[in-house]
Design a protein around this ligand. Sequence first.
Ligand code: ATP
Ligand code: MG
Length: 390
Amino acid sequence: MDKLILIKYGELTTKKKNRKTFIKTLKNNILKLGGNNITEICDMYDRMYIKTSNPILLVEQLKTIFGIHSIVICHKTETDIASIKQLIMNILKEKEFKTFKVETKRSYKQFPQTSMEVSRHLGGFILKNFISKVDVHNPELIVFVEIHKDYTYVYTDEIKGLGGYPVGIQGKGLLMLSGGIDSPVSGYLALKRGVDLECLYFESPPHTSIEAKNKVLKLADTINKYSGNIKVHIVPFTRLQEEIYKNVDPSYIITIMRRMMYRIATIVAKKNNCKVIINGESIGQVASQTLTSMIAINSVTNYPIIRPVACLDKLEIIDIAKKIGTYETSILPFEDCCTIFLPDHPIINPNLKRCEEMEQTFDYEKLIEECVSNIETIKKLEPDKFSELL
Ligand code: ATP
Ligand code: MG
């Protein structure tokens, strides 16, 4: 028999004006990520009801969807006190608790007792049948009762959802995705605020390996669990990177390389309707991420850049990476294009004028064009293909 799952919205409730779009996007996302398990879905002002024949699997899927505050598996009975008591008896038999409270909501206003009266009545019933006490402030167990005209729902446990906004509500951003720890976490945090993602990865074969690329695809696939739409654009960066290496003062190699990455990211973002660029830079983490470096690098574009982990410590970033399942992949030891040409002493206070002078010494614009026109786009991630090559 189908089970009923109740979903309470996340931050949506505070967004009065946009509520309709929020609920519609959330509903679409639920159908997209869990559609196979859904028999019926009904959205309301402050909650959504879903019927499913596989509640365990659906709950797991719902736990990956942003915009959900909590998930509840409901028990259903008829709208009369005797049936409600019987159902409560059955549910509580399975539970251990010392303190509890009953919370009643009554959309069927003709029900002979008010919500308060029902709560009190059922509370008395529980006290009589279970060794326990009422605690209205900090109970171990809350018994929720929802009285509708033709049926009543009872539930006890709320499973915590991910919160945030439904993915896509803010449009798309372009995530600069490397094989490191920081950028997948940044992508996840952007998804949490409702920004869907396309990813951009710079590869430099033969200096970087196929494993390095597969690692990035695996990371994209892991965060795709929260989106379902993620594409990856792979930029062949070798020629441009070699020219930088040949023409630029060693201490400026990383600064100039990152300026090139930003230029390319801007073109790709515009082309693909991504409203922002997102990356994993964190203030002070390495030479190219001092505030002075960020100014020199950022000055090649006026596109908005979001750095979700800018103010987090590495350990805080690692905690999130572990929680979302990217950490184990990120620490696989394959070299990225940022590490292969790393000079001994990268500059921490680059001078903007010096950057511009060095860039005049070679025809980077043509090389950028070449990079952009040879981008390989992976529209549908196929985990089986790249996972076995890692
Ligand atoms: P780590 O976790 O080791 O710091 P990282 O990916 O953050 O890895 P950084 O050198 O700190 O490496 O790079 C800063 C940011 O620049 C990355 O978070 C990512 O957004 C972007 N970036 C770096 N290398 C690449 C790359 N090869 N392709 C795409 N984006 C990259
Ligand atoms: Mg980093």
